[in-house]
Design a binder for this molecule. Structure first.
Ligand SMILES: *Cc1c(COP(=O)(O)O)cnc(C)c1O
Length: 225
């Protein structure tokens, strides 16, 4: 079996190649290792290999693994944690306390709660507005029509807007959805694009991803939880 550092090198090489094909450099893309449902030892192996950006999708699981005096973060204070899951407004304070970037801001109540949490804590956290790009009933993300209003509210609230995020429909060719999100980002003057997972991150990079969220291609199948 390949080691964590070999898989990390391979994914970084692929990002590099895709970026160069698009006239960019690999450094213009942040690789987020999505460590949800992974054992601390597997995460530690990537930290030991020099990786620093990690993604989680549940507050409680993330607090248990990363938080506290015995957590992974205490051992490596320069990790950057990215929240990529559905966020309840009553967890906004916990999210702001633990995470450096929040990729799943998708409704007004959450914008308001994050604004309060950032103001009260004095912490500013980069936010991505998640768009339900395939208009799927079960998915998180704001409706495409709701994006301009939500972005305006987020800007008025003073949230630092880093970009747009989306997860395209699982059973479809992702490129057209990535391209649509890229067009929305240009239209609304938003710099970042959080798109691309294990199966499609090279495509995402070619279309302009600034952040790719890769789990199983780095860690293998998810284990716990
Ligand atoms: C789990 C998850 C990922 C990573 O998925 P893989 O297919 O394992 O790479 C990326 N983004 C979000 C929002 C996720 O929930």
């Amino acid at each position: 079996m390949e080691s964590a550092s070999q898989r990390l090198r391979e994914v970084n090489d692929r990002i590099d190649r895709a970026a160069r094909l698009a006239g960019r450099t690999g450094e213009s893309v942040s690789l987020i290792a999505v460590s949800k449902h992974q054992e601390p030892a597997a995460i530690q192996a990537l930290i030991d290999a020099g990786h620093r950006d990690f993604g989680e999708n549940r507050i409680q699981e993330a607090q248990a693994k990363w938080g506290g005096e015995s957590g992974l973060r205490a051992a490596c204070p320069d990790v950057r944690l990215h929240f990529v899951g559905r966020l309840q407004s009553n967890k906004a304070k916990d999210a702001v306390a633990l995470f450096d970037e929040i990729h799943s801001v998708d409704r007004l109540s959450l914008v308001t709660a994050l604004g309060v949490a950032m103001r009260d804590s004095g912490q500013r956290r980069d936010c991505f507005i998640q768009v339900n790009i395939g208009e799927e009933a079960q998915k998180g993300g704001c409706a495409i029509d709701a994006l301009p209003g939500l972005l305006q509210e987020a800007r008025d609230t003073g949230l630092p807007i880093a970009g747009l995020m989306a997860v395209p429909p699982a059973d479809r060719e992702p490129a057209p959805y990535f391209a649509l999100l890229a067009r929305l980002a240009r239209l609304h003057d938003v710099a970042g694009l959080s798109i691309g997972m294990s199966g499609d991150y090279e495509t995402a990079v070619m279309i302009g991803a600034t952040h790719v969220r890769v789990g199983t291609a780095l860690f293998g199948p998810r284990r716990v939880g």
